[in-house]
Design a binder for this molecule. Structure first.
Ligand SMILES: Cc1ncc(COP(=O)(O)O)c(C=O)c1O
Length: 382
């Protein structure tokens, strides 16, 4: 066999690929599938953002730089200051990214040295699958921190053994949380930073869902400090721009400096016309209020049905995910299969780690009318 990275051999198909096959199988029977399985909002990107992108397409499109347009870095810094009351330097503390996924994946390569003892990556369980894949491919050792419903899916960092913390290179936090919709307070970030300072690891805070909230705007890790911390933001969910691939990395000046050096070789510079659209999007909040309002309407359609059927909704406080405890003994897999046979696709919780086995995740991404159709189906079958 010709050489390849051993991490490939341990890699299953991206979990959602299998789910796609299941959906195709059901559709092949002539059934319609209402798709609540993937977190890709079907809302339209506001017209003025699309127009800004088109206006930004130059006659000659040269290579963009990984550091991005100064105007974009300034737009991000202004947004962080408005939203989180944290002041950053656009030249030292911020870099654009092609959405948050590549930033999450590639960050491990900058921080992990496979031959070092200190290469543990602490990953919540359940979690967005890319942290683990990124850690493995960089030669890190992923270790899961359990998230419990009783604690609102916020980890108890003080239960992590100090021996583990001494071997930790990076701790991942992600609030509002995918898949549970859990929300963390500032005290979690404060404690994470204290431990990180004591044991000398990095804290990465994936804040892709920071704007999809329904009671209070959730805090950012940056509010607890910037030293040793990297926050990752995205326009995917905030501005319905998943296909544009645009987000940011913000925080520790030393780490941003390091990434500024390595990212040009990683080939992840954002096209200039996408950056133009991003500048426009970060500068406006009105469309974000509308985005939230749409998700709120979907929640108002589905939450009462689920509750009236006695289903237990854990977490589900922010993001557009409902984290539903599967009824019966079959766990999330069997419940997801039962719903799929009735034309509703949801994600079995086990796709996000062993901690998700008893749950399914319902992403409120289909349009409002489809949520109404799903509510009618749930009313009939549950
Ligand atoms: C927790 C979390 N982080 C990051 C991402 C990636 O988002 P993007 O790369 O579109 O910014 C997702 C996508 O669903 C996610 O759920």
């Amino acid at each position: 066999m010709r050489p390849r990275n051993r991490a490939f051999e341990q890699l299953d198909d991206y979990p959602f690929v299998r789910l796609e096959e299941e959906k195709r199988r059901i559709r092949a029977r002539g059934m319609r599938v209402l798709d609540f399985s993937i977190g890709d909002p079907r809302e339209r990107t506001p017209r003025w953002i699309r127009e800004r992108l088109v206006r930004g397409i130059p006659e000659r499109a040269s290579y963009p730089t990984a550091a991005g347009l100064p105007e974009l870095r300034r737009a991000v810094v202004r947004w962080i200051e408005r939203r989180h009351r944290v002041r950053l330097d656009p030249d030292r503390h911020v870099l654009p990214s092609n959405g948050s996924k590549e930033a999450i994946y590639l960050l491990h390569q900058a921080l992990i040295e496979p031959s070092r003892e200190r290469r543990v990556v602490l990953i919540p369980d359940p979690a967005y699958p890319v942290y683990e894949v990124g850690a493995r491919f960089a030669g890190g050792i992923p270790e899961r921190i359990p998230l419990d419903a009783e604690r609102g899916f916020v980890p108890d960092l003080d239960r992590i053994p100090p021996e583990t913390l001494q071997r930790t290179a990076l701790l991942w936090l992600n609030y509002p949380h995918n898949p549970t919709g859990g929300v963390a307070g500032l005290e979690l970030y404060r404690r994470a930073l204290e431990l990180a300072r004591l044991h000398r690891f990095w804290v990465a805070s994936d804040e892709a869902y920071s704007e999809i909230w329904f009671d209070r705007p959730p805090p950012s890790a940056l509010q607890a400090g910037t030293e040793g911390v990297l926050a990752i933001g995205s326009l995917s969910k905030r501005s319905a721009m998943t296909g544009y691939r645009t987000g940011f990395l913000a925080g520790d000046g030393e780490l941003i400096g390091l990434l500024r050096k390595v990212r040009p070789s990683q080939g992840v510079a954002t096209p200039v016309f996408v950056q133009e659209a991003a500048i426009a999007a970060w500068g406006d909040e009105e469309h974000v209020v509308e985005q939230r309002e749409i998700v709120r309407r979907k929640r108002a359609i589905l939450l009462p049905i689920l509750r009236s059927k006695g289903l237990e909704l854990a977490g589900s406080r922010a993001t557009y995910y409902l984290w539903i405890r599967a009824p019966g003994d079959g766990g999330g897999g069997a419940f997801a299969q039962r719903l799929l046979e009735e034309g509703i696709a949801v994600a079995p919780g086990a796709l996000f780690g062993p901690g998700g086995e008893r749950y399914v995740r319902m992403a409120l991404v289909p349009e409002v009318e489809e949520c109404e159709e799903a509510a009618a189906i749930l009313e009939r079958i549950l």
